[in-house]
Design a protein around this ligand. Structure first.
Ligand code: SF4
Length: 228
């Protein structure tokens, strides 16, 4: 096992010891997750959740009704998510593409595909990048994809899992190479908890952090050496 793999395991185990091991308890409906993640771009969970709930309250669980609705009605329903002028057409385009290709909105076939193929399928949709596609795979199927949000990006760089300027895509690849897929769900959730509670962007609370011993930022090592 490489030094970096040992470190990745230590991070995963330490966070599980600290926060517990979140268990995957059955998947969300993939089309719901896909539309939900389109809504979540550039906003917080509360606002995107409110927009998704309003979309469902307006149109029910009938995605055909959303696909054929006037854009103005969709924009009104998803207003809390912000950027509704971009998000409403992206939702309609996604629903149209799924319906044309599949005949319905059932994306559960993705669970049977290798993760790389499923990611390639999902990233063909307008506005769906690797993060969104990985969220769908991880949260619907406990699939072999590691989504990287802003918290995970920041912590991974500080720990030295990657360089301090690594992109989200690079960080995703790093974790996927370092650890087996059955660790992804718990680690993803625990890293986000850690980012919210301890390793915050402006003032990380290093003095109480269980990852201290593993952290380049804390020790001023690697690319966090002064002058590096
Ligand atoms: S020691 Fe500090 S910088 Fe490193 S992971 Fe913990 S809180 Fe973040």
């Amino acid at each position: 096992m490489s030094e970096l793999q040992t470190k990745a395991w230590a991070v995963s185990e330490t966070l599980s010891g600290h926060y517990g091991v979140p268990r995957f308890s059955g998947g969300d409906e993939p089309i719901d997750e896909l539309i939900g993640t389109i809504l979540s771009a550039n906003t917080n969970d509360v606002n995107s959740g409110r927009a998704f709930a309003q979309l469902k309250a307006t149109f029910g669980s009938d995605w055909d009704a959303v696909r054929t609705a006037p854009l103005a009605a969709i924009k009104e329903a998803i207003r809390p998510a912000g950027m509704y002028n971009q998000k409403a057409p992206a939702i309609v385009a996604t629903l149209e593409q799924v319906k044309t290709e599949r005949g319905d909105y059932d994306l559960r076939f993705l669970a049977e595909m290798p993760a790389t193929e499923a990611l390639a399928y999902l990233t063909r949709f307008p506005g769906v990048g690797h993060k969104t596609a990985s969220i769908v795979l991880l949260f619907c199927f406990n699939g072999a994809a590691f989504p990287v949000d802003t918290h995970i990006q920041r912590i991974s760089r500080r720990l030295g899992i990657t360089g301090r300027r690594a992109s989200a895509e690079k960080i995703k690849q790093a974790w996927e190479l370092l650890l087996p897929p059955d660790t992804f769900y718990a680690l993803h959730i625990n890293l986000i908890r850690h980012g919210r509670q301890t390793c915050q962007a402006l003032t990380p609370r290093c003095e109480i952090c269980p990852l201290q011993q593993l952290c380049h930022y804390y020790h001023g090592e690697g690319e966090w050496k002064s002058g590096a």
